[in-house]
Design a protein around this ligand. Structure first.
Ligand code: NIG
Ligand code: FE
Length: 391
């Protein structure tokens, strides 16, 4: 078995408090790391690094766990730049543009969707993301939802059935029939292609009762639940998420004190999507209130053509720090270990023995530069399962 030693690491964030300075980020300086069989085999001070077959000199630069993007809508066709421009001129975001993307996606061929997804997945990887989730939700009919998930599975194991994104126009006058379809024929077609089920429980999308029915049907079909909630208004999403023990409630902007308290006492992660607030010019979620209450927090891109056409986790980190008052350490943790937790994974999002060697090398002496130098391409090399895939 070939072993690779990354030497001369100026600073490494491991996300293992036992390994580093005792902080959740587990930071070590002057460090080295050994990769064996795709996994991290050893991390520690350079001076005590074991021998290895191959060496890579990090040149005193910073190393971090590759990002885990736990929330994307990567499979879609078309774009909505005119809608973005209208928002920047004062129009509010309502989710009404989802219908535009549904029409374009239904009309696209598999090869068109595949090529577009491949381009976006390439952007994710180049910016340091080695694990990403993909949701359906731009088909909203049985065939197109299944088609989206089939293509999504070519790129990731973390696929999510989001047939309950919004009620499509053809069911506008019989939403109960659409909920029946999602819980019935659509779920039957999509469950074998998915690990997760998600519902958009918010103003203009699905009610708490509809969301409960859909999530319970998904759970009965063997899927793990997650939820889009409390993006546009206060509502039942977060409380329902905690009640059903969902892995993550995503957006989490409009929360009551009772919602925050319930989340703090639960295993449900609050996944914050600051690029969506940036791109819709909406109020950012109150990350400090959540973290200070003890809620587990993740950061993800929400990459989609409407509310957040963003693939860069470094940009999300910069926004989380500048606009949501997270510390750079909290933001990096949320974009790595937090994302892993939101996907219920313990084999990624950390650089300690046993984890996959999913690693990003920064062209910077410290991870602090991710927020300090927004807009610069700092990720210079990426390893996925021990193989260099970028740089
Ligand atoms: O997560 N909130 C619901 N869905 C997406 C946006 C979808 C769209 O506008 O196309 C989101 O922000
Ligand atoms: Fe989303």
């Amino acid at each position: 078995m070939t072993t690779t030693l990354i030497t001369n690491i100026g600073e490494i964030a491991t996300n293992d408090p036992a390994l580093g300075d005792g902080s959740p980020l587990g930071v070590l300086r002057d460090a080295a790391l050994v990769i064996e069989d795709g996994r991290v085999a050893w991390v520690g001070p350079s001076a005590s690094a074991p021998a290895a077959d191959e060496h890579f000199d990090a040149g005193g630069r910073a190393v971090i766990p590759a990002f885990v993007d736990s929330h994307t809508h990567l499979v879609f066709a078309g774009e909505r730049s005119a809608e973005f421009a209208a928002r920047m001129a004062g129009e509010p975001y309502t989710g009404g543009g989802i219908a535009t993307t549904v029409a374009a996606t239904r009309a696209a061929t598999d090869d068109e969707l595949r090529a577009h997804t491949r381009a976006l997945a390439g952007e994710l990887l180049a910016s340091g993301t080695t694990t990403f989730e993909i949701k359906s939700g731009y088909g909203l009919d049985v065939a197109t939802e299944a088609r989206i998930l089939r293509i999504a599975r070519e790129f990731t194991d973390e696929t999510t059935f989001l047939g309950a994104h919004v009620v499509p126009a053809e069911y506008a006058h019989d939403r109960a029939a659409y909920v029946d379809l999602v819980c019935g024929e659509m779920l039957t077609a999509c469950a074998p292609l998915s690990r997760w089920i998600d519902v958009f429980c918010d103003e203009g999308a699905f009610t708490g009762e509809e969301a409960r029915r859909i999530l319970e049907a998904g759970i009965a079909a063997g899927l793990l639940p997650r939820l889009h909630g409390n993006q546009l208004a206060h509502g039942p999403g977060a409380a329902l998420a905690v009640e059903l023990g969902v892995a993550s409630v995503d957006h989490s902007t409009f929360l009551t004190d009772a919602d925050v308290e319930a989340l703090a006492g639960s295993d449900t992660v609050a996944t914050l999507l600051p690029a969506a607030e940036f791109s819709t010019r909406s109020p950012y979620p109150d990350a400090r209130r959540l973290i200070d209450a003890g809620v587990s927090v993740a950061i993800a891109t929400d990459c989609n053509p409407g509310s957040s056409y963003v693939t860069s986790m470094p940009l999300c980190i910069a926004l989380a720090v500048r606009e949501m008052r997270m510390t750079p350490a909290e933001a990096l943790h949320a974009a790595t270990a937090g994302g892993a937790c939101a996907l219920r994974r313990d084999d990624i999002g950390r650089l300690s023995p046993g984890a996959w060697a999913d690693i990003a090398l920064l062209d910077a002496p410290s991870y602090l530069h991710l927020a300090y130098r927004p807009g610069s391409q700092l990720v210079s090399r990426v390893w996925k399962r021990g193989i260099a895939v970028v740089g």
